[in-house]
Design a protein around this ligand. Structure first.
Ligand code: AMP
Ligand code: MN
Ligand code: MN
Length: 323
């Protein structure tokens, strides 16, 4: 972690009265946990932060304290904004279509995606820390800022979900120390686990079953992939956010080194999620198509040529497995 950058970030965050905090589209637990964790901490310090994300809050993460503070992205930035912050978002575009017309630069980027090239004025990208919520925790510790039970719950949720409940490579002693500290500060591990992992809706479960039936294996069963077709949503009653976590079904199979999920969208596009057990760098594969992420979890989106790109990604996986 770059100490000089952290100090600059602490100074700017600490003096902002009307900060605006953003995170990535199709938000996950780390996106919401980081957004709210920073929001609570800056509020505690007397600021009036605005928390925006495309689509607002999704039902699954409504249990997070202060979730009603999260608003849908507005078409223009509030005029009194004195600090614009992007969290857990690897590229400028992933902050959302509506933000592209905003003229203010992103003042501060805090992230952990290895593919993040730094699109902010100040960039703190720590790929050794497995969640942006963990990067924020370190910043708050260095700054000596109070972490309330609400903030601790949000930050713990970010770390727990991005590490697959402390299972993925990248989880180390420091991760567990941060989690332990957050529990001391008020996060409840079993309640958070219940909300994140033991509360899937019947619609989401129905979608999971439909998707599981599409399982295909190739490359000596080292590559496994799933498909989502547009009519799966109507059949199951689920919606877009319910795809989160489905890919874990394939990477959890013994011997599978790369798991992928191909979602064919209504508009002819293709959304690809990639997971690796760690021997294959899926960020390299996603990046070669214009996407990104981490070594073991990455993604890419294609606006068109869904079938062709589906085959190209599978070929790239085969090539990576053969090398
Ligand atoms: P997902 O498979 O959607 O859970 O994404 C896995 C990881 O890859 C996350 O850390 C995402 O931030 C990143 N990622 C997913 N899609 C993209 C994309 N189109 N461009 C860049 N990064 C992505
Ligand atoms: Mn995320
Ligand atoms: Mn993250």
């Amino acid at each position: 972690m770059d100490v000089a950058i952290i100090q600059k970030i602490i100074t700017q965050l600490g003096s902002a009265q009307h900060p605006v905090i953003l995170t990535h589209l199709r938000p996950d637990g780390d996106a919401y946990g980081s957004l709210l964790g920073l929001g609570h901490t800056l509020r505690e310090r007397g600021a009036q932060p605005q928390l925006y994300v495309e689509g607002g809050m999704i039902p699954m993460y409504r249990f997070l304290p202060g979730s009603d503070l999260v608003q849908n992205l507005p078409s223009s930035l509030p005029e009194n904004t004195d600090c614009l912050i992007g969290l857990d978002t690897s590229t400028r575009e992933r902050l959302g279509q509506k933000t592209t017309s905003w003229t203010r630069p992103i003042d501060i980027v805090i992230d952990h995606h290895v593919s993040n090239l730094g699109y902010g004025t100040l960039n703190l990208i720590v790929s050794e820390i497995p969640a942006t919520a963990g990067v924020l925790f370190q910043i708050f510790e260095i700054a000596g800022w109070k972490i309330t039970p609400a903030a601790a719950t949000c930050l713990y949720t970010g770390i727990s979900t991005d590490t697959g409940s402390f299972r993925y490579r990248g989880t180390n002693a420091k991760t567990l120390q941060a989690a332990a500290k957050l529990v001391e500060l008020g996060a409840d591990p079993s309640e958070i686990a219940k909300q994140c992992y033991l509360s899937i809706t019947h619609e989401r479960h129905a979608l999971k079953r439909l998707v599981a039936s599409t399982l295909s294996l190739k490359d000596n069963k080292k590559s496994a992939f799933l498909t989502i077709l547009p009519d799966f949503y109507k059949k199951s009653g689920a919606n877009g956010e319910d795809t989160e976590g489905i890919i874990e079904e394939v990477i959890s199979i013994q011997g599978v080194e790369v798991g992928s999920l191909f979602e064919f969208t209504q508009d002819g596009g293709l959304r690809v999620s990639l997971r690796s057990k760690g021997n294959v760098d899926v960020n390299a594969i996603a990046s070669s198509f214009g996407g990104g992420g981490h070594k073991a979890a990455a993604g890419v989106r294609f606006a068109k040529d869904a079938e062709k790109n589906h085959d190209l990604v599978l070929a790239a996986i085969s090539k990576a497995l053969a090398s």
